[in-house]
Design a binder for this molecule. Structure first.
Ligand SMILES: Cc1cc2nc3c(=O)[nH]c(=O)nc-3n(C[C@H](O)[C@H](O)[C@H](O)COP(=O)(O)OP(=O)(O)OC[C@H]3O[C@@H](n4cnc5c(N)ncnc54)[C@H](O)[C@@H]3O)c2cc1C
Length: 478
């Protein structure tokens, strides 16, 4: 679609949003905001070169009232709005789509970055939605507290993005996903009204509006702040590595831990291929006789962490799971954000695609889902898998796939075929198609397949919130 920048009358923008600092339509800025970190978009860029920007204006509001004014302005200016956190999404959720031929305005929220208040009695914090995860965590650490939310992208992703995509951090098995941490959302609705969704840890006053808005990926409004639960910084950590003969034994062991009420902060099963390709034998130690490595980290008070760790060892012994000592865990901890940077190496090769696929299933289906996805033919490729978020009733699986497009004319086309196959296999085997990356453009067409009749209800909900379909249109299977 040709640029519609000129159709936007910027002199009518709300007070405080001036050129340069409050808004921009510089071509390079528009191009940068026209994609997030969805690997398909990066492949397109590699294969076809830079495309025309699909965004017409970027704005940087600084306060919730500026967001409200902006939302009201959007109606008079007849533009679409796409909330933008830090652009670290990997499914194209901020990429404009949909058939409405209106100019597209990207609302970058990073200037809403204040930590507003801390309540030590209730152990809650109010923070603005544009704050970068790492900055929020550092602020809390200075107060002796932690949020417990550590996505691998913590340095380049925002609170608003976590809320809008139902993000999961590396310590989610103890602290929960973001949806388990939120008490209330401050949100500007598409009519410009500012609402706060909750006021207590739980409520039986009708449906839960917080949970409806979480995961809405910018389609139902703009989050300006959230109230989140916080925890004391852990006094102590115990690092324990384990080894199992195969992935089924690893699943049985981790399921037993979870169902006995043990809550490691970190628990990660690496399947045989991921173990052999990513963990050197000296780190596994002499106790490892091949198969799958498991990393666990227990944290909290000294006594609690020690009890949980010793229970885990007792259960391991009873299940003939070998104990591998602390090195696996300490090494993982020290390098817990490293993996992200290796992807660039593969992506820099012309004919290679690389992506990750994170699903979840209940324990009764987990093994079947694992086998079904691993069974997909990638052509010249390799698929690694680890399990990194655990629940009483199931777990997630995080697949990393690298594949060569072979004789196909286009790597983008190859990428699409691979995705069709893995999504189909996971769906057929009974998984949910995303545990924490969200829907975006990537899985939009698959949402109706997973949600069935609920998608029609969601369409009505969307119309109720946003009758003009102005907020991130063309997403969520609509
Ligand atoms: C290297 C790497 C590692 C990653 N690791 C993890 C991980 O461990 N766990 C995980 O969950 N994800 C991970 N991700 C994915 C990504 O970081 C998350 O999806 C994150 O939540 C996106 O945050 P963001 O601020 O960058 O959002 P964006 O990409 O800017 O936006 C994502 C969606 O949220 C909406 N949105 C953003 N802000 C708001 C707001 N204030 N109000 C309403 N809607 C809003 C956007 O419209 C869009 O639909 C990773 C990504 C990368 C590149």
């Amino acid at each position: 679609m040709p640029s519609q920048s000129d159709k936007i009358s910027t002199n009518t923008l709300p007070t405080g949003l001036g050129e340069g600092t409050g808004w921009s339509r510089d071509r390079l800025v528009l191009q940068t905001y026209s994609h997030d970190l969805w690997p398909r978009k990066l492949l397109e860029l590699r294969e076809r070169g830079p495309a025309e920007p699909t965004v017409d204006l970027v704005v940087w509001p600084e306060t919730p009232s500026q967001v409200q004014a902006l939302v009201r302005w959007a109606d008079t200016a007849d533009v679409d709005l796409i909330p933008y956190g830090a652009g670290s999404g990997v499914c194209g959720a901020t990429i404009p789509s949909g058939s409405m031929p209106r100019p597209r305005v990207m609302v970058d929220l990073k200037r809403l970055k204040r930590v507003r208040s801390l309540d030590r009695e209730s152990m809650t914090v109010w923070a603005e939605a544009g704050i970068i995860g790492e900055n929020l965590e550092r602020h809390l650490n200075q107060e002796g507290l932690t949020l417990g939310h550590f996505p691998s992208s913590i340095y380049c992703s925002s609170l608003g993005g976590y809320l809008a995509t139902r993000s999961a951090g590396q310590l989610s098995t103890k602290y929960g996903k973001i949806e388990d941490m939120v008490l209330a959302l401050e949100t500007v609705l598409p009519n410009g009204e500012l609402v706060i969704t909750g006021r207590a840890p739980r409520s039986a006053m009708g449906p839960d509006w917080t949970q409806l808005l979480l995961g809405s990926e910018g389609t139902l409004g703009v989050f300006t702040a959230a109230c989140l639960q916080v925890h004391p910084l852990p006094e102590h950590r115990e690092f324990l590595g384990f080894g199992t003969a195969d992935v089924n034994q690893a699943m049985a062991f981790t399921r037993t831990l979870m169902q006995q009420g043990i809550r490691p902060a970190v628990m990660r099963i690496y399947d045989k291929i991921e173990t052999s390709l990513t963990i050197p034998s000296e780190r596994l130690g002499t106790g490892f006789s091949g198969g799958c490595a498991i990393v666990t980290v227990f944290e909290g008070t000294q006594a609690m962490a020690a009890v949980e760790a010793s229970e885990a060892r007792r259960i391991a012994d009873s299940m003939e799971v070998s104990y591998l000592g602390p090195t696996l865990g300490t090494h993982w901890w020290e390098h817990r954000y490293d993996v992200s940077y290796k992807q660039q190496l593969i992506l820099s090769h012309d004919r290679l695609m690389l992506d990750t696929f994170e699903i979840a299933a209940t324990w009764d289906r987990l093994s079947h889902v694992y086998e079904a996805v691993k069974g997909v033919n990638l052509g010249f490729g390799v698929m690694l898998a680890h399990f990194s978020h655990f629940y009483h009733t199931g777990a997630n699986i995080y697949f990393t796939l690298a594949s060569h497009s072979g004789l196909k004319a286009s790597t983008v086309e190859h990428y699409d075929q691979v995705w069709e196959s893995i999504l189909g296999a996971a769906m057929e085997a009974g998984a949910t198609l995303s545990h924490h990356h969200g829907v975006g453009v990537q899985k939009s067409a698959w949402l109706p397949k997973e949600k069935g009749a609920f998608i029609q209800i969601y369409e009505k909900v969307k119309r109720g919130f946003d009758p003009q379909n102005r907020f991130n249109p063309g997403k969520m299977g609509l």
